[in-house]
Design a protein around this ligand. Structure first.
Ligand code: KIV
Ligand code: NA
Length: 265
């Protein structure tokens, strides 16, 4: 099986072939997703939520994401691995964005970086792309800007906001981004953007007409505690399976049923 590269995603857009992306934060999970032939894996700053238990992605640092990304790169040799630029690691200047991206590429072996923002990030995207590093953009609800956006809300609902989203999408494409995540965008607007843009759109809460879809893997398998966003579908109940396994293990240890002779030397 040949490894997935940026050019495959462009080919799939031309063919109208939809593709899945999942987040991954460690080696063992990456092995499973590589076996499942998930073409693109994102080491998301959602690690702040699902790995570190923070309520936003703002506290996540490059130092925290690098070791996670290393594990994913080793576990998924056939997948295209994208790593998020954490909040505070790229907004100061295009130079800062490039230095952070170079560090991530050098220290992780990943294939691309992702950053949030539109026209205001175009110069940073251009600087990174010019250094030979592919960039995925992220528009709509951008979690690093949760404080400015006034909470967890659908973006681009009114005419002005839709027009802004369209010009941001054009700006990131013109700056050289190879794909763009659309998070919590009305399905009709996402469909329009998908039709207009040459680069693939990756939807999360952005309807079925996007070229690709992405979910946080813990959301996708029922591992996330608390209220789940409307855009999530649970494809398994791994959280429940894990609780049951842990309880069964505890009971077997307490009763002396485990370890049995076959587990002993
Ligand atoms: O960090 C993340 O998981 C993301 C995806 C949801 C797009 O940015
Ligand atoms: Na992210």
């Amino acid at each position: 099986r040949a490894p997935i590269r940026i050019r495959h995603l462009a080919e799939w857009k031309a063919q109208g072939r939809r593709w899945p992306m999942l987040t991954a934060y460690d080696y063992s999970t990456a092995v499973a997703f590589d076996d499942a032939e998930i073409p693109v894996l994102l080491v998301g700053d959602s690690a702040g939520n699902v790995v570190h238990g923070e309520s936003t992605t703002l506290p996540v640092t490059v130092d925290e994401l690098v070791p996670l990304a290393r594990g994913v790169v080793r576990g998924a040799p056939h997948s295209l691995i994208v790593v998020d630029l954490p909040f505070g690691s790229y907004e100061v200047s295009p130079e800062q964005a490039l230095l952070t991206s170079i560090r991530i590429m050098k220290e992780t072996g990943a294939h691309a970086v992702k950053l949030e923002g539109g026209a205001e990030r175009a110069k940073a995207i251009r600087a990174i792309v010019d250094a030979g590093i592919p960039v995925m953009a992220h528009l709509g609800f951008t979690p690093q800007s949760v404080n400015a956006l006034g909470g967890f809300r659908v973006q681009g609902r009114d005419e002005g906001a839709a027009a802004k989203l369209q010009s941001d999408a054009s700006a990131v494409q013109a700056a050289g981004a190879f794909a763009v995540v659309l998070e919590m965008v009305p399905a009709g607007l996402a469909a329009e953007l998908t039709k207009t843009l040459q680069i693939p759109t990756v939807g999360i809460g952005a309807g079925v007409e996007c070229d690709a879809q992405v979910l946080v893997w813990q959301d996708m398998v029922g591992m996330t505690p608390g209220r789940q966003p409307r855009f999530v579908r649970r494809f398994a109940e791994v959280g429940e399976a894990l609780r049951t396994a842990a309880r069964d293990y505890a009971a077997a240890v307490e009763s002396g049923e485990f370890p049995a002779d076959e587990h002993s030397f």
